[in-house]
Write a protein that binds this ligand. Sequence first.
Ligand SMILES: *Cc1c(COP(=O)(O)O)cnc(C)c1O
Length: 344
Amino acid sequence: MFELKKVVRPNILALKPYSCARDEFKGEASVYLDANENPYNAPFNRYPDPLQWAVKEKISKVKGVDKENIFLGNGSDEPIDLVYRAFCVPGKDNVVAIAPTYGMYGVCADVNDIEYRQVLLDENLQFSADKMLEKADANTKVMWLCSPNNPTGNALDKDEICKLIKAFNGIVILDEAYIDFSSQASFLKELKQHPNLIVLQTFSKAWGSAAIRLGMAFASVEIIAIFNKVKYPYNINILTQKQALTMLDNASQIKDWVKILLNERANLIKSLKELSIVRHIYPTDANFVLVKVNDANATYEKLVEKGIIVRNRNTVVLCEGGLRITVGTPEENAILLSELKKMK
Ligand SMILES: *Cc1c(COP(=O)(O)O)cnc(C)c1O
């Protein structure tokens, strides 16, 4: 049985959070003299809504998740870090993650002095719930999954994800940063059935808004309450909130972008297959593709000389010889392909 109280750090469970002026008075008033703000320079003089309800209301409609089940962070980076600060006792607790995967899980573990245990994906780049559970002990608080996974690009097996969430008595994070590009369904629909699941999504990829730094975490109201207790009071600034509202009002634009990028992804893969330097193209459910080439380092350097930057993943476990290529505009992809064609 999953019991949140047993997974939260004792000091966080006992924490009385900072109560800001915007927390203490919530209604509408005509004269605000409670927060030592400057009365001039509207609208930037006022502190923003600490819980960003206007943004969450719109996200709720787009995602079909109650607004009480949403946490917004300064990029996904913030909820990733908060997971450690809320659930893991430094120098004592540990987490288990698939490997290879997104580097931030491991960096944040190091920053917070939490042991980071890795379980290698198999030759099909899939994971085994049993292997993850075998790596765990009494101090394992969190398991990290990423689907579609970065840098491999593939979606993880749905049944195996379900199995892990049900079998593990700690927190399971499922990072769905690339879910809009995937043929697999999001786990958001199943959030209610899993009190230990946190789903991460972001405005940085399909939403085309990496610069505004807005990440979403979806979880039970109890987990969201823990995050809200630990976060900085005004973690999402007003410029970001405003731009997010604008993007959410144009949600159909995102669908159009995704359609274009998926079409381009298919074209890119087809053309890459014909190149002599390409050894293998991994299946992808994301807006990038992992490609094994004859000499990854040399290819990378030659592309840099031409002003074309891809991600060299040659030193990443299971990705040896691999370049991670983001799907760009048709023009950008054509430039990449024409340079690759010249290489041996
Ligand atoms: C790009 C990416 C993110 C996005 O992080 P932000 O902090 O929201 O920009 C999250 N997870 C994975 C796996 C990613 O590749």
